[in-house]
Write a protein that binds this ligand. Sequence first.
Ligand SMILES: NC(=O)c1ccc[n+]([C@@H]2O[C@H](COP(=O)([O-])OP(=O)(O)OC[C@H]3O[C@@H](n4cnc5c(N)ncnc54)[C@H](O)[C@@H]3O)[C@@H](O)[C@H]2O)c1
Length: 257
Amino acid sequence: MLKNKTALITGGGSGIGRATALEFAKYGAFSIILDQNPEAAAKVAREIEQAGGKAAGVSADVASSEKLSAAFDEVRCHTSELHILVNSAGIYVFKNATTADETDWDRCLDVDLKGAWVCAKHALPMMIASGGGSIVNIASTHAVRAQGNSFPYGVAKGGMLSLTQNLAVDFGPKGIRVNSISPGLVFSPMTLDYLEENKKLSAGQILALQPLPVKILPEDVANAALFLASDMSRCITGANLLVDAGRTIYLSVKNAD
Ligand SMILES: NC(=O)c1ccc[n+]([C@@H]2O[C@H](COP(=O)([O-])OP(=O)(O)OC[C@H]3O[C@@H](n4cnc5c(N)ncnc54)[C@H](O)[C@@H]3O)[C@@H](O)[C@H]2O)c1
């Protein structure tokens, strides 16, 4: 499905990004893993190579334009072609408008939103020169519904949907499709850390928020990314695909029982 395609996956060292890098390589892509953690990026690249795939690891903090610029120089040493960009690098800051400070806002928006834009800015000329391609932004259900005490994370992810639409409109004529995925609560290392810090929320309580009582795994999001990255979705751009087991459309009737 992705034979002869080159994909760059930010945040590919862990969770959703890692699962996506592995999935893309399984379907024939050369997966380049960009992560602020160089050991994690190298480890995922090794995992892919050991399974017979093609991969490389690159290290950068997506919030640093300077480091990203150097990372893209490194990407160009690995490949002259780029067809797919997945923006998965992200952090959460779950506060509210009064408890968050400007440092929280700056870091969260710089990593989760500006990082995705600057990666796209570097990737787009390569993708256009390669004959077109697909960008997949990993947003969140927080982008479409305010879930409470999720500030400024929800703001950054909401911005990502607008980033997706703006890129889709501006670069569609150049053969670039741009879509986002909004996962619900995914059982990734990020979520497990969060649950460990907030012991009041159990896995059972999370599943009760979803019509489908299934644990969403990084691989479930990677499957959606594979669809959006491949020609299977060739007529889809500017869309936001919810991978949330129905959580966003579910108006809980618990209180009406
Ligand atoms: N886990 C969830 O429930 C969930 C739900 C909705 C959306 N998301 C989004 O999915 C994306 C991936 O989350 P995950 O659950 O896989 O998290 P994760 O913590 O398992 O992985 C995130 C990866 O991104 C890297 N990273 C973080 N900041 C970076 C930076 N500044 N520069 C480069 N790399 C950086 C980390 O080193 C890590 O390898 C994030 O954007 C997150 O907001 C996650």
